[in-house]
Design a protein around this ligand. Sequence first.
Ligand code: G3P
Ligand code: MG
Length: 349
Amino acid sequence: TRQAPLLRNIQTKSESRRPPLGFAFDIDGVLMGGLDPLPKARNALRILDGDNPLKVKIPYILLTNGGGYTEQERAQKLSSRLDVQISPSQVIQAHTILKCYVQEYAEKAILCLGGRGDTMRKVAESYGFRKAYTTIDLLAWNPAIWPFIHAEAEFALAKPIDFSITPISAIFVFHDPRNWGVDVQIMCDIIQSGGILGNPYVDTNTQQTNPIQVIFCNPDLLWKSDFPQPRLGQGAFRESFQAVYKKLTGSEYPYVQFGKPTKPTYEYARRVLHNLLNDIYGVGELPNMYMIGDNPESDIAGANGAGWDSVLVHTGVYNPTSGIPPTHLPTHEAPDVEEAVRWAVEREM
Ligand code: G3P
Ligand code: MG
């Protein structure tokens, strides 16, 4: 008998089988090589889209230490490059977790580092931060902060803020910085002057009333783009900042670290996937989780720590021909993302 559409939907929702597994995909070095999809990426996502023994859609999220866009923009770019429909709710970038800080910092001035131009301001504002500033805003306010050549054209993107009366409360490194010299200079200035650039430096080693909160969102020392050897990531930027800061003050500056393999990022990912599954199938337990990654230090270490199965692919940072066994042993190794998905699906279905 034909059922009323609403009833059919509800029954379809509760009857439709929850697949026995779910995936978290790293992006760079697994699905993408620079701006282009890696050869087997589309085939792998087709298997999840229904081309599997149970003919069900297998849920997945993208969990990257990359960023620089809103989740909407990133989902759009990935959908068109990978010929698959990816929703913003499936995309977790390095800085997505900063949404948890909006309540505390919505009305406070924060410095957003990383990315090109004022892209990070747009991302921060899309999260709800209402006083999100960039290094371009600071340089446009006082070019003497960095006495070398400036990209004046970028000043057109600047907000006219008087930072002598606008104390910065926190520095969030959303994405990989482009001009490390400027960013390290400005971080050291803000921290040592207690938030007002240009003020006399305070002794940051003594107890400060409102120390500047510093958060890094990606610990990657290296990452795989489309260059033959891995590239320096945000983790290398953090090392350079701390090395300079220690030379200036005698000690490193305390910071919060998010991104793979940190536990908060994997906990955040687990909650996102759980909500995604509940929306599709109704309330239930998270199925067996498989993380597919190219970097033992971030993808495999994080997955193992979260109690997920992990598959290390040979298309990114880890190169098996280098002969050095990974520091963090995966559940399985596979030549590429399609083989990784096939192995996990055959194991669970
Ligand atoms: O920010 C670039 C890089 O760290 C991204 O890495 O491999 O987690 O997508 P991945
Ligand atoms: Mg990667």
